[in-house]
Design a protein. Structure first.
Length: 105
């Protein structure tokens, strides 16, 4: 690996592109499944250690996000039910589709 001082002007160090890829992947992880993220990182040909660390961090961040959202929803519903009653009404029906054949058993 050449010394950073020997690089021509304007050329970025090797790790700059990796950091850029990890950052863009990090933003996308909230909208992707873990397997999609793994495939994306494999395509980028990042070191396995970096991929592992990234996935561990991603899972912790997702868990933290779910925990915060769950706590906020729970606090909101708790405050709401202090001053309001809850009424749930449901109707479930199965109706034949127009033009559908009837099955006989």
């Amino acid at each position: 690996m050449p010394d950073e001082k020997e690089k021509p002007e304007g050329e970025k160090p090797w790790w700059a592109e990796a950091v850029k890829d990890l950052t863009s992947a990090g933003l996308a992880t909230y909208f992707m499944t873990e397997e999609s993220v793994r495939n994306y990182l494999r395509e980028r040909k990042l070191p396995k250690e970096a991929v592992g660390l990234f996935l561990d961090g991603m899972n912790r961040r997702k868990d933290d996000l779910y925990k915060v959202v769950g706590n906020e929803i729970g606090a909101f519903l708790s405050k709401l039910t202090d001053s309001h009653s809850v009424k749930v009404e449901a109707k479930i029906s199965f109706e034949p589709k127009k033009g559908a054949k009837k099955e006989s058993k």
